[in-house]
Design a protein around this ligand. Structure first.
Ligand code: FES
Length: 272
């Protein structure tokens, strides 16, 4: 966006500049299926992650720490040997330590271009699908408060890089066994490995990342390294929606795996 685009017409899709079609839409396929499935999937994640974030228990089973609780920044964190447990917040913090850090990955996903499309369609029907008119009388896009705040996405990207770095550290620590001896691998290590690959792929496929890497250049020919990196990021970017879902599922599964171990419902099988 250059900032010089005309504002979208007010009055929704029923303005004089649009085709006068009486039918609500002319689509005959099951167009509602995608927004309905999207809304159901996102809702399931919101319910699950809210439960786990507020639970404040069963998030550490040596050597694994749940990605919802890492880094653990409060004094009331479960003791983790060698883990990312930094007591920045003292005893006065009595709530779940997950609440201190989830704002960053949550903010990143909430303002993500793909998720915006997904929840605007799934929850707000704005619009429900391509070529299906939205029911709202007014449309101001993201030009007004509060949606104009979606622009902070580019800053959340930097926070997401930090979070991905910390989860990488956790994945390295997952190459220990429950006695903290190095050089071991459990099923949990594999779960963490898959998760961190998907988290990095999603983070680097971000539209803001693509712009940081290859944007604001006059001549790609004078910046061959950035051009190459931009090509790689662009390839990932083409799969951004898929990576958004895959990493959402993998992060919830990694958390659930730690929950199963911590509650004693399951024993981590050793691979070597
Ligand atoms: Fe989706 Fe940046 S656009 S994470």
């Amino acid at each position: 966006a250059t900032g010089t685009e005309p504002h979208p017409p007010r009055g929704g899709v029923r303005t004089g500049t649009r085709a006068a079609i009486a039918a609500p839409h002319l689509r005959t396929d099951r167009w509602w299926l995608t927004p309905a499935a999207t809304a159901a999937g996102l809702l399931a994640f919101v319910v699950y992650s809210t439960w786990r974030a507020f639970a404040n228990t069963d998030y550490y089973a040596a050597p694994y720490v749940s990605p919802f609780y890492s880094p653990c920044l409060a004094e009331n964190c479960a003791p983790m040997r060698g883990g990312p447990n930094w007591e920045v917040f003292g005893a006065w913090w009595g709530l779940s330590p997950a609440l201190l850090i989830l704002i960053f990955p949550l903010g990143f996903r909430l303002t993500c271009y793909y998720y915006r499309k997904a929840y605007y369609r799934g929850f707000w029907a704005s619009p429900p699908a391509c070529a299906v008119a939205e029911p709202h009388a007014k449309y101001t896009g993201e030009t007004r408060f509060p949606l104009v705040l979606q622009n902070v996405h580019r800053y959340f990207f930097y926070a997401a890089l930090l979070v991905a770095g910390i989860l990488t550290y956790d994945t390295v620590l997952a190459f220990r066994d429950e006695t903290y001896a190095w050089g071991h691998m459990g099923l949990g290590t594999l779960v963490f490995l898959v998760n961190i690959v998907l988290i990095w792929a999603y983070t680097l496929s971000c539209h803001s990342c693509r712009h940081i890497v290859g944007g604001r250049l006059r001549h790609f020919s004078r910046h061959p390294v950035r051009y190459r990196m931009w090509g790689l990021v662009s390839r990932l970017n083409g799969r951004h929606a898929l990576l958004a879902w895959a990493s959402l599922v993998s992060v919830a599964l990694a958390d659930f795996y730690v929950y199963l171990l911590a509650t004693g419902a399951f024993d981590d099988p050793r691979l070597f």
